[in-house]
Design a protein around this ligand. Structure first.
Ligand SMILES: Cc1cc2nc3c(=O)[nH]c(=O)nc-3n(C[C@H](O)[C@H](O)[C@H](O)COP(=O)(O)OP(=O)(O)OC[C@H]3O[C@@H](n4cnc5c(N)ncnc54)[C@H](O)[C@@H]3O)c2cc1C
Length: 415
């Protein structure tokens, strides 16, 4: 059996290793288009903040790891997939046949259509190459503009702050992390950042970037004065890497490759995993999640099925945890809630503490927390277990902070 994996990020690497365990004799080819040994993007912020060196980002650190597993790592780009011929065409024109194919090509950052974003000094923070460029310009005291205060933007914010830059954040929505936090929590996070010396401009758009007379950049906004910058970091969203499937017969959904609960695409023998896959969600729907735990689990499950096993993907709970200059915020599952479902909230703006719980019938289906670290695992457990809260629902509505007591009382050991 010949397995080809397109993409050597966490999803692709875990799939290759799982395949080797499941099929000791199969041929495994792992194709990645980056000029680096497989690494974790998640670790890039720690490189920037100085916590680790580039070596610390490598997904596997043992020399010869892939060779020892007889996994052939190919530095190339998959340019096209020919499902009927069971072949992938590489960028240089070479053809590689496959019996089973995994698409694990991840996602890429998108640049909004703003004039000047192609100038020197404007970077995404997506690859190790980006990190090197950012590190060169983000020197202590340098003026830096961060475009976008979403989940990834806020992770980058943390590492830029650690580098001692003079930071301005521009976000077009009415709050920080708008897809992860509601207005209350997103604006509490904004106040926190402002207290830490970051200029945060929400409901503001970058309209253009120009070279300044002083040799740096000038960032023009739809309101207020222009801002000077030695570096602009663009973090305004991502898109699944599916261009090489264009015009083919692989079905797409929400911009990703549509997969079933075995992570197989619409074409027999072609699977997808990670940021590129639109897969089962914990709430019963389908979604592109673009977080690393989902990529890792996708890679594992897809590989078991590619090797002839029968593993069902249960659906991932979307969960994001951020540390923004010491303030921990977390969002879980369906935090906006559902029609007719109850919501419980407690807010202490002075101490930057907030909890919001969303219920469906007597189950917890989503939550937001700010300033609370001790509850992260507990809330996740209450949601993932789909446990019936019974009388604890009323108690949680009266005091949303009592999630720990509810968890302890409802855990099987207490029954
Ligand atoms: C700065 C930053 C911080 C992050 N922090 C977190 C975090 O705290 N928590 C979290 O859960 N997630 C985080 N993420 C997201 C996380 O990194 C991704 O969800 C994860 O990398 C997805 O893994 P993947 O294997 O699907 O894709 P990727 O890691 O993107 O790997 C895909 C690989 O395929 C390659 N490729 C693309 N097209 C082709 C092609 N045609 N042929 C061959 N190769 C191709 C790509 O270049 C890439 O090397 C962060 C991301 C960034 C950028």
């Amino acid at each position: 059996m010949k397995y080809v994996i397109a993409g050597a990020g966490p999803a692709g690497v875990i799939a290759a290793e799982t395949l080797r365990k499941a099929d000791p004799k199969g041929t495994i080819v792992l194709i990645g288009d980056e000029p680096e040994a497989p690494y974790s993007r998640m670790a890039i912020p720690y490189v920037l903040s100085g916590g680790i060196g580039e070596d610390g980002t490598r997904l596997r650190k043992t020399p010869g790891h892939f060779k020892n597993l007889s996994i052939h790592v190919l530095r190339d780009r998959v340019a096209k997939v020919l499902p009927k011929k069971r072949q992938v065409i590489l960028a240089g024109g070479a053809k590689t046949p496959f019996d089973r194919l995994l698409i694990a090509t991840g996602s890429r950052p998108v640049k909004p259509p703003v004039p000047g974003l192609n100038l020197t000094g404007v970077h995404h923070c997506w690859t190790l190459a980006d990190a090197r460029n950012i590190a060169e310009l983000a020197q202590p005291g340098a003026d830096v503009v961060l475009m976008g205060a979403g989940f990834i933007g806020c992770i980058i914010l943390e590492s830029l702050l650690a580098r001692g830059v003079n930071l301005t954040v521009i976000e077009m929505e009415d709050r920080m992390v708008p897809r992860m936090m509601n207005e209350t929590a997103g604006n509490m996070l904004k106040s926190w950042c402002q207290k830490k010396g970051v200029a945060v401009k929400t409901k503001t758009r970058v309209t253009g970037v120009k070279k300044s007379n002083a040799g740096g950049l000038t960032v023009h906004l739809n309101k207020g004065r222009p801002v000077n910058a030695a570096l602009i970091v663009v973090a305004t969203g991502v898109k699944s890497n599916t261009g090489f499937l264009k015009g083919g017969s692989v079905r797409m959904q929400d911009g990703g490759v549509a997969v079933d609960d075995h992570l197989q695409s619409s074409i027999d023998g072609i699977y997808a995993a990670g940021d590129v896959a639109c897969g089962p969600d914990f709430s019963g729907g389908w979604a592109v999640h673009a977080i690393q735990p989902t990529a890792a689990e996708h890679g594992r499950i897809a590989a078991i099925n590619m090797a002839g096993g029968d593993a069902r993907y249960q659906g991932s709970l979307i969960m994001n945890v951020l540390d923004t200059a010491g303030l921990i915020s977390a969002s879980f599952g369906n935090w906006p809630g559902v029609n007719g479902g109850d919501i419980a909230e407690t807010v202490d703006k002075g101490h930057f503490r907030y909890t919001r719980l969303a219920f469906e019938d007597d189950r917890l289906i989503g939550a937001l927390t700010l300033g609370l670290t001790e509850h992260v695992g507990v809330i996740r457990g209450l949601i993932q277990s789909r446990i019936s809260l019974g009388p604890w629902k009323k108690k949680l509505i009266a005091n949303p902070s009592s999630v720990m007591e509810a968890y302890v009382a409802l855990s099987p050991a207490a029954a």
